[in-house]
Design a binder for this molecule. Sequence first.
Ligand code: URA
Length: 450
Amino acid sequence: MTEALPQEVIRIKRDGGRLSRAQIDAFVRGLTHDTWSDSQAAALAMAILLRGMDPAETVALTEAMTHSGEVLDWRDARLAGPVLDKHSTGGVGDKVSLLLGPIVAACGGVVPMLSGRGLGHTGGTLDKLEALPGYSVTPSRDLLLQTLRVAGCAIVGASERIAPADRRLYAIRDVTATVESVPLITASILSKKLAAGVSALVLDVKVGNGAFCTTLAQASELADCLEQVAQAAHLPCVALLTDMNQVLGTTAGNALEVREAIHFLSGKVREPRLLEVTLALCAQLLLLGGLAASLDDARRAAMQALESGAAAQRFARMVAALGGPSDVLRDARLPSAEVQIDVAAAGAGFVTAIDTRALGLAVVALGGGRQRPGDAVHPGVGLSQVLSLGAMVDAGQALACVHALDAASAQAAARAVRAAFTLGAVAPAAPWLVRACSPDAGPTHSATGC
Ligand code: URA
């Protein structure tokens, strides 16, 4: 039994050894039942970050974390279709969940999407939806089921009973510089999805200067690891790499993003990059879920759900069922910020680069995200009309509009936004938007991670 002692498990991984399933189970039990201290868990997390884990270890960690709490089973719930979900590794202006849930529901899937809050410079879907007055992200089990029956989708928070070992380990990793490890990220994401009982999953692995994975190589390695481990857990799963070198859509900030999502669903404005990423993810999920015969058919069905208004109706039903405005497409009752100022370009030219992380941090500084755990977020603040790469501007033309609580924070954000844009005389090549995950990543999930 000594080999499952915390200090032994830590020593083996520290020295580059392989952990047995029994040792990994002991670690996860220790996390769940508090028999491992925070410092022991942090030491093992750091050893894993530095030494990596092989696929079998990553699978064992994922399975143990999945079973550390409740595992949902929808088979008796008599839902109208396969239970499908999407997860994003996080970006700036990423409102795809608000669109994909209703689109997939309109195409016959059932989407109980257990989402998270903002992390670092990235926004969180729960914070966005809470901008809608009355919307509950913590419904009872009965209300969750009722919402899934009337809307086909319910975007809510995970209960504390889902993957509690991940909940504790994630909090420890967050403050010990051990988030950026491919096996730890993989086990964290997949344990929650497996515990949520989904029957197919599409993963949006963001790559670029506004993502946690900044290079294609890092993102490919993570995507490949996620697919391999999901396969070992018998979860049909596809990971797509999507661009995060610019804000997705034209807004970043909670209420602003919900408004953009409503305009998108109701057909008022569909920013082309947001449309492309959303359709690509929807199509993969519909195919995986057996709701389409080919990717082309799936894409057509997703587009039809948008054009017919069926997806917008699903969104409206979900919001009303979860306590939000009863007619959200007409009157979303979203809060707005007191001060709105345009950020004028200092010169003329093409937008050749955007520091997307800096834009995300500007939203956080405006009050749209948290600087400390438990901080309240201000739903109305953020950025709108954010220009994309390749846009041509004249001197004095707006790069974005800042929505702030007061003039001082508006000016500070305006300076950050201006500094985040690089203008040049030559138009940049059109950036790629969506890629399949690389098939040739190596067998060991490296130490470096994202
Ligand atoms: N998202 C998660 O859920 N877990 C991670 O470790 C990183 C991103």
